[in-house]
Design a protein around this ligand. Structure first.
Ligand SMILES: Cc1ncc(COP(=O)(O)O)c(C=O)c1O
Length: 350
C-alpha cells in the first residue's frame, strides 16, 4: 500500500494525542473547566513574557477579540494581507471595521481612518517586523501579529508574537500545534473582553472524537479513509474547520490536548525546518532560517492541475490560498523518503 502523503487532515496528531483524547472522552466532568486551562495559560505566558493570555475556541475568535478591544468606529480601517484566510477579513467586519487587503504589508494604504495592521508571517516565515513596527509607530497604528501559521518562528532571536501590541495563536487542526479547535489572544495590556461561555458538551465530544477518527482514516485515506471522513461529516460526528463558529472560551478538554502538543512544539517545528530545507535545496528555492514552515510554498503555473495530478500518486498537496502556489507538507508524519517522493513529483512543475 502506497503511503498517503497528506498536507492537512490533522497532521500533528500522534499516538500520545489520540490516547489522551480517548482518556478525556471518559472524563466529561473536566470537559469544560479544569486544570488544563491554567497550565496552558502558564506555558504560553512563559513563552511570551509580558503578555496577558486569553484562551478561546479558535484563532479567529482571538483575532475578533483583538480587534474588538480596539473599539473601532464605523469607517475605521484595518490593513491585512490580501493573501489570507477568509476568517481574517471576516473578523475585521465582525469587530466593526473595514478590511483593507494589501499585497505588501510594508507598503500599506494608510488613511486617516487606518487603526491597525495585521502581520501574518505566512507559512511560518516571519514578516519584516522592523519595518512593520516602524510603520505602526509612525502612523500610530496597533500592530496585531497573527501567528496562526508561525508559533515558534523567530525574528532577530525573539519569538514572533512578541513584537505586536496584540498577537493571535491558533491551535486548529492544520496549524503548528493542534487541539482540533483552539486559540489564544495575547495582549500587552489587560483587556476587558466580552463575556464568553464554554462550548456545549455536545460540541466538545465531537472534537475529542476527531483525533480518534483521524488515527484510522488518515493512514487509509486513499483506501476507504476518505469515505470514512465523509461519512462522519455527513452524520455530524465531526465539525468542519471553516464552518461558522460562535465565539466561545477554550474548553479544558481541548486545552489538555493543546498542552500535550505544546510540549512537542520544538520537535514539530525542527522537523518542519528539516523538510523545508530539503525542499529548498532540492528545488533550488529559498529557505529562511528563522521560519518554521508550517507548509513549504512553491510557485507553479497551474496549481489546480498540479494538485489533481498529485492525487493520482497519493499525494495530497495544499492550495492555501488559491493563488499561484501549491503547498508541500512539512509535518511530523512526513519523513525524508516521503519528501523525496514529493520533490520527484513537483520538480517538473517548478
Ligand atoms: C492566516 C490565518 N489567520 C487566522 C486563522 C484562524 O485560525 P482558526 O482556524 O483557529 O480560527 C487562520 C486559519 O485558517 C489563518 O490561516
Amino acid at each position: 500500500m502506497l503511503k498517503p502523503i497528506l498536507i492537512g487532515i490533522s497532521p500533528n496528531i500522534q499516538a500520545d494525542d489520540v490516547w489522551l483524547a480517548l482518556k478525556l472522552l471518559f472524563k466529561p466532568h473536566i470537559w469544560q473547566s479544569g486544570p488544563g486551562l491554567a497550565k496552558l495559560t502558564r506555558a504560553i505566558k512563559q513563552y511570551f513574557p509580558g503578555y496577558y493570555c486569553y484562551l478561546v475556541n479558535a484563532g479567529r475568535t482571538a483575532l475578533y477579540l483583538a480587534l474588538k478591544s480596539l473599539e473601532l468606529k464605523p469607517g475605521d480601517e484595518v490593513i491585512h494581507l490580501d493573501f489570507t484566510c477568509d476568517v481574517v477579513p471576516e473578523a475585521v467586519v465582525k469587530a466593526g471595521g473595514i478590511p483593507v487587503p494589501v499585497k505588501d504589508l510594508t507598503r500599506p494604504k494608510i488613511t486617516p481612518r487606518t487603526k491597525a495592521l495585521i502581520a501574518q508571517h505566512t507559512f511560518g516565515v516571519p514578516d519584516d517586523l522592523t519595518k512593520l513596527q516602524a510603520i505602526c509607530r509612525q502612523y500610530r497604528l496597533v500592530l496585531i501579529e497573527d501567528c496562526a501559521h508561525s508559533l515558534g518562528a523567530s525574528y532577530q532571536g525573539k519569538p514572533v508574537g512578541s513584537f505586536g501590541d496584540l498577537a493571535v495563536l491558533s491551535f486548529g487542526r492544520d496549524k503548528v500545534i493542534s487541539s482540533v479547535f483552539g486559540g489564544a489572544l495575547l495582549s500587552r495590556k489587560a483587556l476587558v473582553l466580552p463575556q464568553l461561555a464554554y462550548p456545549g458538551k455536545g460540541w466538545i465530544v465531537k472534537q475529542l472524537f476527531h483525533p480518534l477518527l483521524m488515527s484510522v482514516a488518515v493512514p487509509t485515506y486513499f483506501y476507504g479513509g476518505k469515505l470514512l471522513i465523509w461519512l462522519a461529516r455527513s452524520l455530524g460526528l465531526i465539525t468542519l474547520p471553516l464552518k461558522a463558529l460562535p465565539a466561545a472560551l477554550m474548553p479544558n478538554a481541548l486545552a489538555q490536548l493543546a498542552l500535550n502538543q505544546w510540549g512537542k512544539l520544538n520537535q514539530l517545528n525542527r522537523h518542519r525546518q528539516t523538510l523545508a530545507r530539503y525542499y529548498a535545496q532540492s528545488l533550488k528555492l529559498s529557505f529562511d532560517q528563522q521560519g518554521i514552515y508550517l507548509r513549504y510554498p512553491v510557485s507553479v503555473g497551474q496549481p489546480k492541475a498540479v494538485i489533481a495530478a498529485g492525487k493520482l500518486k497519493h499525494l495530497l498537496l495544499g492550495n492555501w490560498y488559491e493563488n499561484k502556489l501549491v503547498n508541500l507538507p512539512t509535518h511530523i508524519k512526513i519523513n525524508l523518503a516521503d519528501a523525496r517522493r514529493v520533490t520527484e513529483f513537483i520538480k517538473k512543475y517548478v
